[in-house]
Each structure stands twice: as C-alpha cells, then as structure tokens.
Design a protein around this ligand. Structure first.
Ligand code: AMP
Length: 209
C-alpha cells in the first residue's frame, strides 16, 4: 500500500478544509492546532497530511513530495500550473482579487504605481484595461502602500472589505473570484491513480453534502 501525502494550506483555508476532509473520511489523529508538528498521520494508515504556507503547497506537489495539495486560486494564478492537475474547486475560503485605492481619491490617468503580492494577476489585469503600470512587489501589508504614497493602487484579496476600510482604502475594480482548489501531481495521478481519484471523488461528494 503506497502512502498518499496531502499538503494543506494553514490558516483560514485549513479551518475550512478539515471539515471537508472529515466528511471524506480523513481525519488527523492528533489536534493540528495545538501540535507543532508539520506532518500528521490520519485515521487512514495510507494517508498523511502536511501543513504548509500557501505559497509552498504547489512546490511540494510539483516535485511530488506531496501527491495532492489544497491551494488558494490566488496562489495558483501566480505560478506556472502546467506542472500539476487542478481537478476540483472546493468552493471554500472564497474571496475576491480586487484593486483598491485611498478612499475618495480621484482615479488616476496615465501611468500609475501598483503595489501587490500578485504581480502576474495585476500585470494581466491592467494590460487588459490598457492601463500603464509600474508594479511594486510586496509580501504583505499592501494596504499601507497607498497611505504612505508608495503606490496609487494595490491589488489584494478582499473578503468583507474590513481590512481596506480600517486602513482608509476602498475597493475599486473586481479582478476575479478566488476559492480553494485541489491540485494533483501529474505522476501521482498515473502511478497512484486509484487512491488519488478515490480521494478526489470523496472530496467532491463532501462538498455537495
Ligand atoms: P477582509 O478584511 O475580510 O476583506 O479580509 C482581507 C484580508 O484577509 C486579506 O488581506 C487577506 O490577507 C485575508 N483573506 C481573506 N480571505 C482570504 C482567503 N480566502 N484566502 C487568503 N487570504 C484571505
């Protein structure tokens, strides 16, 4: 019996993934939230779970260190996803990628500066709009950039909009909807086909319950 390794994204996605995994019959045998471990055995002797930062999940799947991953679409849009399959939208941890600017500020014409973690998404979005931008890569706290005049706009994840509001910003343009996806290593899909498809089918069933 070969082991199936599933890489999970910690944080908000994990909170919504664990109940789905449980419905699919996969449960860690110890409490992920109180343990400092990164690898967890489950009630299924053939399945183990990795708890990773979102950006690292596709890397583990790409190199086959994990057979299956659960990743936010925002992460997947930024990388070359020809390396793995994306067979299932779990419809969890939903949010939107949007542009945002200082509340009440005039829409800038001409070349603008945009700060974001999502360079690929931003580049494509502004190009489609025919707008010229200088992109500034940030790794977090994008909301600060317009306030401190580092950028005119940001591209960021918006859920309730509270983070933008608390920082004197407002959402401007909708770019795309984001949810968490199941990704699968290409080789695992072949060599562990039966086990991998059984897990995908169980998750598909779990989201319709
Ligand atoms: P909100 O204040 O509800 O609009 O949430 C915005 C912030 O929460 C973002 O800046 C993200 O850092 C984080 N966030 C909300 N939803 C998600 C999600 N589905 N995936 C990743 N990060 C999220």
């Amino acid at each position: 019996m070969s082991t199936i390794t599933i890489a999970l994204t910690k944080g908000r996605i994990l909170k919504e993934t664990l109940p789905l995994l449980a419905k699919a019959g996969i449960e860690p045998i110890e409490d992920i939230y109180t343990s400092r471990k990164l690898v967890f055995a489950t009630n299924r002797p053939d399945i183990q779970l990795l708890i990773l930062r979102g950006v690292d999940v596709p890397t583990y799947v790409r190199f086959g260190s994990a057979d299956i991953g659960i990743s936010g679409k925002d992460i997947l849009l930024e990388i070359d996803n020809s390396d793995f399959y994306e067979p299932l939208d779990l419809g969890i941890a939903t949010c939107d990628l949007m542009t945002a600017a200082k509340k009440g500020s005039a829409v800038q014409t001409g070349r603008i500066r945009v700060a974001t973690k999502y360079l690929k998404v931003a580049e494509q979005f502004y190009a489609e709009q025919g707008r010229q931008v200088d992109l500034i890569k940030l790794y977090g706290a994008m909301e600060l950039a317009p306030i401190l005049d580092l950028a005119d706009e940001i591209v960021d994840i918006v859920d309730t909009g509270n983070t933008l509001k608390a920082n004197g910003l407002e959402p401007r343009e909708f770019i795309c909807h984001v949810s968490s996806r199941v990704i699968v290593n290409r080789a695992s899909m072949k060599t562990k086909h039966r086990a991998v498809t059984a897990i995908i089918d169980a998750l598909r069933e779990a989201i319709t319950q």
